[in-house]
Write a protein that binds this ligand. Structure first.
Ligand code: COA
Length: 328
């Protein structure tokens, strides 16, 4: 038995933050942002929107799309770097809003979170003999970005996307192979220093701006391309699939130059690579499922297509998964 994506749903805030608005706020230009990242706008959560409210909206759509009811969900996993609160976990808020009483947990693997969740959810679906697992990538990164930091405020956006994982039939569809990894020598490349046990939040940490995300962009860039390529190749090798057989490559949407560089090294052309970051920026754990759901929704993904997902993020984590697309 393998896990298939039986339904999907997305939720993005209405408010768009354009490059022109950022030009007015920090020392940057639309031209610089587009040329260096490919991003033109991102969505920003309104005052009443949170990681949990976006997750609930995406999940409600995914449950409906899968043609099930919430009581048929046996496990809920949420991947996020921007939880609703430190305690309790975001799944508690989302489960309550959806009327669930099944087990739930949050998964922290940065922007590789969706792939980690796909692997974890699939495994528990099989070993726990579960009916359906609901996985949601949801982020409100605008709440952890320093609005005055031009290195990060141009990159990140808010959004959520959910998938219902259900057991496949005998059609060979579902998760075929995967690879997960983490190189903890890179913890300092992308981090929020304060607010944990190492450096609890205090007036001093706030004064230092240590509640905000800090990034070494160039080094993240360099490692990201290598991580995506190595992990994707490992995954394809495990499945015995050549990159020429991949119908769609769905990479983490961080920077179009990272995507093009990785796709190029994998030998996958742009026409078979899903890119939507010009409209959303980097939405971390929501980025891969948002791109996947859009491509599924508009009919680009077809039954039995081989779909390769690959992401990287803070940690540094990485993860790839190969799916044979199609509902059970
Ligand atoms: C952040 C990133 C876009 C910067 O692009 P880059 O080509 O590496 O640019 P550099 O960092 O070399 O900076 C080049 C110059 O532009 C400047 N610059 C940085 N941000 C700028 C901005 N928003 N607008 C204008 N100039 C900017 C730098 O200060 C630097 O100026 P200098 O040459 O006078 O020192 C790129 O490194 C990147 O995308 N990295 C990966 C980040 C990522 O994916 N993070 C999430 C991981 S999940």
């Amino acid at each position: 038995m393998r896990a298939c994506v039986a339904g999907w749903g997305t939720a993005v805030p209405e408010r768009r933050l354009t490059n022109a608005e950022l030009e007015a706020r920090v020392d940057t230009t639309d031209e610089w942002i587009v040329e260096r990242t490919g991003i033109r706008e991102r969505r920003i959560a309104g005052p009443s929107e949170t990681t949990a409210t976006l997750a609930v909206e995406a999940a409600t759509a995914a449950i409906k799309h899968a043609g099930i009811t919430p009581d048929e969900i046996d496990l809920l996993i949420i991947a996020t770097a921007t939880p609703e609160q430190p305690i309790p976990h975001t799944g508690a808020f989302v489960g309550e809003a959806l009327g669930l009483r099944c087990g739930s947990f949050d998964l922290a693997a940065g922007c590789a979170g969706f792939v980690y969740m796909l692997v974890t959810g699939s495994s528990l679906l099989a070993t726990g003999d579960l009916r359906n697992v609901l996985v949601i990538g949801s982020e409100t990164l605008s709440r952890i970005i320093d609005p005055a930091d031009r290195a990060t405020c141009i990159l990140f956006g808010d959004g959520a996307a959910a998938a219902v994982l259900s057991p496949s039939g005998d059609d060979g569809r579902g998760l075929l192979a995967w690879d997960l990894g983490c190189d903890g020598s890179a913890t300092g490349l992308l981090e929020i220093r304060a607010g944990g046990s190492r450096l609890p939040a205090s007036p001093q940490t706030i004064a230092n701006g240590e509640q905000y995300l800090k990034m070494s962009g160039q080094e993240v860039f360099r490692r990201a391309v290598r991580a995506v390529v190595d992990s994707a190749v490992t995954t394809l090798d495990r499945a015995g699939v050549a990159s020429s057989e991949v119908a769609w490559f769905v990479p983490h949407q961080a920077n179009v130059r990272i995507i093009d560089s990785a796709a190029n090294r994998l030998g996958i052309p742009r026409e078979r690579t899903i890119v939507n970051l010009e409209r959303y920026g980097n939405t971390s754990a929501a980025s891969i499922p948002l791109a996947l759901a859009e491509a599924a929704e508009d009919g680009r993904l077809r039954a039995d297509d081989l779909v390769l997902l690959s992401g990287f993020g803070a940690g540094m984590t990485w993860g790839s998964a190969l799916l044979r697309w199609g509902t059970p």
